[in-house]
Design a protein around this ligand. Structure first.
Ligand SMILES: Nc1ncnc2c1ncn2[C@@H]1O[C@H](COP(=O)(O)OP(=O)(O)OP(=O)(O)O)[C@@H](O)[C@H]1O
Length: 675
């Protein structure tokens, strides 16, 4: 068959010319000479960096196909009729598109069109690649009533592909219900509830990429942030956005966000941490900050030259009262106060026939007598010092906690040993959140354009508030699973959480199709659901490969766990050995003794180094091709209460992509028995 008649050959030719076009685009950028256009050194550096980023974004990565799909519309539109869909836009020398960005509106039917609703699509073609080579394609004629609907083999192969290394993007296979969330508008906050492996993280990251495409300038100005539960999780996901060409998105944990003011060196008992995370703390802090405002006792006398101007105490009182009533930050009101007082002085000057201008008003505002009034009525408040006092000084706490916290609760809140200074205090993570709240009462926190919050179910109300104030003027994507909440303050209702976040109007979407965990394994793990999160639906696995689930009883646990790891290493893909935190040290020793090298979570698995030893407390959000789960009873017992223990076990049981081997010497928790 001549190449021109062979569709695969034609597609390969299009790939080759698209690659050449991309190379040309890159060469054009590389050839840019900025000497003539940059007037100064700063501009040159900024522009130089932008060009470097652009060159990086135009790299042709051999392992990521330039396009993964094709759409042929039934009718020609202004933009054309046939489109190749890929990770980025590529055009030829004449400016005509060779590949269309997956985020462009014309690409949307690639994800959304169906036989029921073809959206003017005649043909949808998916491409299969082997090692960077285009080797297969698969067609759907959406408008052909004769053609039967069937599951795409290429899609299935992509979902079943063994995992190794960090998280990958899913642009080629985003599902319609996921696409709806990815493309939802920047103005709205979306909350996604979904069981393990339903693609919440993937959807959140692709939503950022989409929003950056659709609102590039606005978000470049305001900024975007992805919040995850810990460093190892952030490492695991950090390559997804760069692979989609987005290099500017920041990542942080909640602790990172609030950690600027104090150094966290202490911990809290669970009951204390729960209380410190309670939304009532916000009111306590508000009262404590506002308690610094005092009404003036005496009148003010401003001397300028030979004249003296007097503002009576009742008028100063009115000014202070008016600022108290207004809903502005403590610090902003403190800055406004001298000007207000100066204004009152200026009114008197005008009444006396003078014509003072702005400079006079500014000079009066800086007058020592005015400064003294400000110091007396609106003294500066240092957030960390204020929280320190609340947690150390029983009387001060009691004064502001009245009607909010009982005496017993106040006792729980107070540090056993009062701290002397901000530097030496043993701040806990929950304390840092309080300092952040107090800081915001003094000075408004900068708001970003969009924030993605992953594993949100583990946040306390005060933590939700800390995240919420970082997107007051922007929007958010909140991702979580109520069944995976393992903190003592875990979320029980999304409506409540969204209220704390300050986005009560957000829509809650649910994802139920599972892309990670094989059917048999998810069915086994879901036996726990009625015991820990009644009412939540079990995930429906879309994987065809039933996967393997093996439960082994043993009297020589360490030895057999190591053997199971060695067995798992015979398969391709990554291996996670998950165990209760207390079991990590003995297992590490056993692995080393057996000559098996292992990584810690967050370290990248590679083809050479594929085994990770994962404490159950860090397993959330991660996935491994094969999981060996050590002693489930120890995972449950590692938590302060049974429900949290079962949830921790549920997380550990749902990390596997291809197979799970569970080994136990103690009895398996009875909740896993068949009902
Ligand atoms: N549409 C899709 N096509 C292919 N793979 C997908 C798709 N959606 C999700 N996946 C894959 O499924 C796995 C689970 O996705 P992800 O980690 O986003 O789920 P999650 O809901 O955040 O899970 P968890 O609750 O355990 O944190 C990942 O490997 C992801 O790439």
């Amino acid at each position: 068959m001549p190449a021109s008649d062979d569709p695969l050959a034609r597609e390969r030719a299009h790939l080759a010319s698209s690659r050449a076009a991309l190379r040309a685009m890159r060469e054009d950028v590389e050839a840019l000479d900025i000497k003539d256009v940059t007037a100064n050194w700063v501009n040159a550096v900024v522009l130089g960096r932008q060009i470097e980023d652009r060159i990086k974004a135009l790299a042709d990565l051999s392992h990521t196909p330039l396009f993964f799909g094709r759409l042929d519309y039934l009718h020609t539109t202004q933009e054309g009729q046939r489109f190749y869909i890929g990770r980025r836009h590529v055009h030829d020398a004449g400016g005509d598109p060779m590949v269309i960005d997956w985020r462009a509106p014309v690409s949307q039917p690639y994800y959304q069109a169906s036989k029921k609703d073809p959206q003017d699509v005649g043909l949808r073609r998916r491409f299969g690649y082997t090692g960077g080579e285009l080797t297969a394609y698969e067609d759907e004629h959406l408008s052909d009533p004769e053609e039967l609907e069937r599951t795409s083999r290429l899609l299935q192969a992509e979902i079943e592909r063994p995992r190794v290394g960090p998280m990958r993007d899913i642009v080629a296979t985003i599902q319609p219900e996921q696409d709806g969330i990815v493309r939802s508008d920047l103005s709205g906050t979306v909350c996604v509830q979904g069981g393990p492996g339903t693609g919440k993280t993937a959807v959140g990251l692709h939503r950022v990429a989409y929003l950056l495409y659709a609102h590039r300038e606005r978000l470049a100005r305001t900024g975007t942030l992805v919040i995850g539960p810990n460093r190892s999780f952030l490492h695991y996901i950090e390559q997804v956005l760069p692979a989609l060409g987005e290099l500017e998105v920041k990542q942080a944990t909640v602790d990172d966000l609030v950690g600027g003011q104090v150094e966290v060196r202490g911990t809290d008992e669970a009951a204390t941490a729960v209380l410190k995370g309670d939304a009532r703390m916000a009111e306590l802090l508000r009262r404590a900050v506002r308690s610094h405002v005092a009404l003036p006792k005496e009148s003010l006398m401003v001397v300028r030259g030979s004249r003296r101007w007097r503002v009576p105490a009742y008028e100063l009182e009115e000014i202070v009262q008016e600022l108290t009533d207004r809903d502005i930050r403590y610090g902003a009101a403190r800055e406004a106060l001298p000007q207000r007082i100066a204004h009152a002085v200026l009114v008197r000057m005008e009444q006396a026939g003078e014509a003072p201008d702005d400079r006079v008003q500014n000079a009066v505002a800086r007058n020592t007598a005015v400064k003294a009034v400000v110091k007396e009525c609106w003294p500066p408040v240092e957030p960390a010092k204020l929280v320190l006092r609340l947690l150390s000084d029983a009387e001060f706490l009691a004064e502001h906690a009245e009607g909010l916290f009982t005496e017993d609760e106040q006792k729980l809140l107070r540090w056993a040993k009062p701290a002397r200074s901000v530097k030496t205090a043993k701040w806990s993570a929950a304390d840092a959140v309080l300092v952040d709240e107090a800081q915001d009462l003094v000075e408004r926190t900068h708001s970003l354009g969009h924030v993605v919050l992953d594993e949100a179910q583990d946040l306390s109300p005060m933590q939700y508030r800390a995240v919420g104030r970082r997107c007051t003027t922007g929007s958010a994507t909140i991702l979580g699973d109520l069944a995976q909440g393992t903190t003592p303050w875990a979320t029980t209702s999304w409506a409540e959480a969204l209220g704390h976040l300050g986005k009560p109007e957000a829509v809650v979407e649910e994802l139920t199709a599972g892309f990670r965990v094989p059917r048999e394994v998810i069915a086994y793990a879901s036996r726990l659901l009625p015991h820990m999160s009644p009412g939540l639906a079990a995930v429906e696995s879309v994987r065809e490969n039933p996967g393997s689930l093996e439960i082994r009883h043993t009297d020589t646990l360490d030895r057999d766990v190591v053997a199971a790891c060695a067995e798992a290493l015979a398969h391709e893909g990554s291996i996670g050995l998950i165990a209760a935190d207390a079991r990590i040290a003995p297992l590490a020793e056993a692995l080393t003794a057996a000559g098996l090298t292992y990584l810690s979570p967050g370290e990248e698995t590679t083809a050479e180094s594929r085994l990770t030893l994962v404490p159950a407390s860090l397993a959330k959000g991660l996935e491994y091709d094969y999981v060996v789960l050590d002693e489930p009873a120890a995972v449950v017992d590692g938590e302060p209460d049974e429900r949290t223990g079962l949830r921790r076990l549920y997380v550990a049981l749902t990390r596997a992509v291809s197979g799970l081997t569970m080994l136990h010497s103690a009895p398996v928790p009875p909740q896993l028995e068949q009902v």
